[in-house]
Design a protein around this ligand. Sequence first.
Ligand code: XIL
Length: 674
Amino acid sequence: TGTATAATGPDRAPGGASVLATTLGAQAAESGRYFGTAVAAGKLTDTTYATILNREFNMVTPENEMKWDAIERSRGSFDFTAADRIVNHATARGQRVRGHTLVWHSQLPGWVGGITDAGTLRSVMNNHITTSMAHFRGKIHSWDVVNEAFADGTSGEQRASVFRNVLGSGYIEEAFRTARSADSAAKLCYNDYNIENWSDAKTQGVYRMVRDFKARGVPIDCVGFQAHFAAGGPPSSFQTTLSNFAALGVDVQITELDIAQASTTAYANAVKACRNVARCTGITVWGIRDTDSWRTGQNPLLFDGNGAKKPAYQSVMSALAATAAPASDAAALASAAVPASAAVPASAVSARNTAAALPTSFTWNSSNILLSPKSDATHTIDGLKDPSVVYHNGKWHVFATVANAAGYNMVYLSFTDWSQAASATHHYLDRSAIGTGYRAAPQVFYFAPQQTWYLVYQTGNASYSTNPDIGNPNGWSAPRHFYPSIPDIIADNMGNGGWVDMWVICDSANCYLFSSDDNGHLYRSQTTMAQFPNGFTNTVIAAQDSNRYALYEAANVYRVQDTNQYLLLVEAIGSNGRRYFRSWTSNSIAGSWTPLAESESNPFARSTNVSFPSGTWTTDISHGELIRARNDQTLTINSCRLQYLYQGLSPGAGGDYNSLPWRLGLLTQTNSTC
Ligand code: XIL
């Protein structure tokens, strides 16, 4: 099999430097990180504030609105109004949210501080955690479960607090265990200040706790370094501290960055410390303009009181970009196993590779046939193909191509459980405004900024329909095209192939449209989040292979949750004539793709690494989709126990291609380590 080589396209400036992104969030996303800010609900109506917030940041931390005194002012009476305002504002714009904070000695209502009975305090603490986390379940990226529990000074011990005094030092462990049961999807963090200098007793105390938690299996996923710095910025050991914590097996984040007087050097040093540690997944500054800061008079932020960018802003942008530029020539691209590694110290490169939670080989079990065509009075269907699937409101929603000798259209069905899939009603989408004629290979996702579902499909052009309600098969709009006509680069390269299998994925700044040509080329176009679905341009060859069958069609691109990785799958036709999938990873959607499991002997999914406990019904593992962790335009997957919905075919079937009896089945990964 050949190797797909990444192409340099117009998004790369001559000389190979990548064009700088124009916002903090987009620049951080270039290396798979987020850039966030603390937000005050009361300022969302300030238009200068909201304009900067919406433009620059892709992570949000409520500055005070999720604290105990805001949420449970009196026992058992919860008020999420202000926090919800922030969460809704963020979610509607595709920004993620850090939950701050569940258990903290400060901003704690007097009624909690006055509890002296351990049984009472224990149930009060657990109820506060459970009720708060349940309210925001599914909307929080990371929770600061416990905040500032360690003492300043030389003791390295926990500080005195009502929790420590009444419950003993085990309360932190209890809080994390309760938190994991309340929301198994959110990352659970310990957050503190003055733990940036490696040799400080407080840093060492927190480090010992995290090491102990990891050793004993107490659930903890991340450590937040507040990073409220004096004018000199971070201590010189900050990067060491971050990488030492990361080596324990947790993510690290800078959670509340601000620096007195905001010197450019100090900010650059803080950003670089994170940028050089693979498991440092993001940076949050503690406010937007200097006038928003809690550190009155210290001007510690990136925007001045008028909302203008300060010199520190440019310095942060440059520091974020410092290592993002891949080499310019193809040979260097091909040999750059870790594209962003240029400035990553050698010791961190292996950490970056292991932080990629995906394995380098895969094994799977396949279900039996789960879905077959259902013909009706006006539709006689031979093949059910090209599934797209999301889980929403307690149901699986599946879209697929229906095929017969006359051509293609699409079908929708939903069910609560895969065991119910076969009895689902098939709704033919040619009855909606999508209409009759050539429509095939659907891809469905929720575009959060517009609060609308998109169905992307091929019609000879790349087309889409929208629907406010995924559950309403008649709600889809008439097809619209993404391009005025086939882009020249595709027309020039597709030979006697076909233009097929359109796929959209967005990061925090841009949306990308991938497509294939059955002729060895994977194409990629780009537009901004704000312009989507319009403005797709800059079409380039994202990957190619001189053996057209090795890079054939059905390309999928996903973001891997909580890593700096994107995953590319492309369907190939093997030397035995059977379909299978190859895989690559990259640290950005528009980056170069590094082989993961991409050969016939080490495939992503092929008959040779798939077992069929209930009988081998196909030797083709063909066009499908991974089950995603979220439904939105980020196409995020959780790398734990992957599942792939695919089309397969009775090995003896043959004849007219459009009439082949394709059926759908589900692969479940069997070599997952989590
Ligand atoms: C601060 C807020 O910024 C202020 O508005 C509030 O009056 C006090 O708290 N460590 C933390 C943050 O974890 O929650 C604090 O935020 C700053 C220090």
